[in-house]
Design a protein around this ligand. Sequence first.
Ligand SMILES: [Zn+2]
Length: 387
Amino acid sequence: MTTSRAATAPTVLRTRHGDLALPCFLPDATRATVRAVDSGDLRGIGIDGIVVNAFHLLRAPGTRLVKAAGGIHRFMDWDRPVISDSGGFQVYSLIRQDPANGTIRPNEVIFKEPSTGEKVILSPEKVILSQLQLGSDVLYCLDDCTDAEDDLAEQALAVDRTVRWAAKARATFDAQVRPVRRRATRDDPPTEAGHLDGTRPYLFGVVQGGGSAALRHECAQALVAIGFDGYGYGGWPFTPDGSLRVEMLAAVAEALPPGTPLHALGIGRPDHVVRAHALGYTIFDCTLPTRDARRARLYAWRPGYPARRPRPGDDFFEAHYLLDQVHANDFRPVDETCDCPACARHTRAYLRHLFKVGDAVAWRLATLHNLRFYVRLMESLRTPEPG
Ligand SMILES: [Zn+2]
């Protein structure tokens, strides 16, 4: 299923640090590192951009320190696009896990460091100023994340707060960054976002509304009225049984102006990415491939892919758990078609051995392999659909 929204999705996002060909997958460098690999490793396998987290960088090393180092790009030696997430999702998760971790107030979120008791205050304004200190190419508004199980009244409150905070974030951003000449409208030509010319950072809003299509629509409309350069699908995107909330994703995509970049925040399972892309989402980030890599779970293509472009519902990949005994005497690479450092030089048997003896190089090679799988998935999704 490919929607009209997908047909008009932008094919490039121009930033001050180069163009992001869309769709793109950005690994999570939450604390200014994609664990186990460095910026040279990422460049080597064709990663075009990363996502950092403002909340975690406020905690350590502090966004002021990153600014003193010359900004996030220089701090990490990363010269390609950087998107910073506000950290709303993470701070709510921590507070929901244990209310002793902090409180959510009408105009701010107060997080208490469990070890030191030190407070980290997130307000809509501060979150923008912190991301400007980082020097990100795409900044995110602070949003109010609900739990997927929360009732409708709670979801409506979250939408109200998210929209109010987005207006404050917009005002703070506009006071610091030169004004936008023109914002996206419904009349923008397809696949173009002319106002996004790469000369300034961008501000993205987050659409909340839980599992209610009406609330999602209302939130999207209210954010469009304020005007943002792009939009993220926020909140927990899965049903209790783990399926992707396809109807919600579709409702949000249809409510937003064509030609605007849409980011499916935290959606990263390969089949979910393919599904969301068909709905018009073009930016993806997730901790899944790097976390799976560190757990010895490596992806491989089914025969014919990725030369053939995966479509929603296709069975196009599998995952090998390298600690399984079956790989002990397997002298083939993880994926015969892969050109990553792990597959170009090493066998499943050797990688399995590295995991068994607990050597850090296992994490590095596995991470590079899984991320290379995503780079190739994006390349495949960028090829025009046949017919
Ligand atoms: Zn590989």
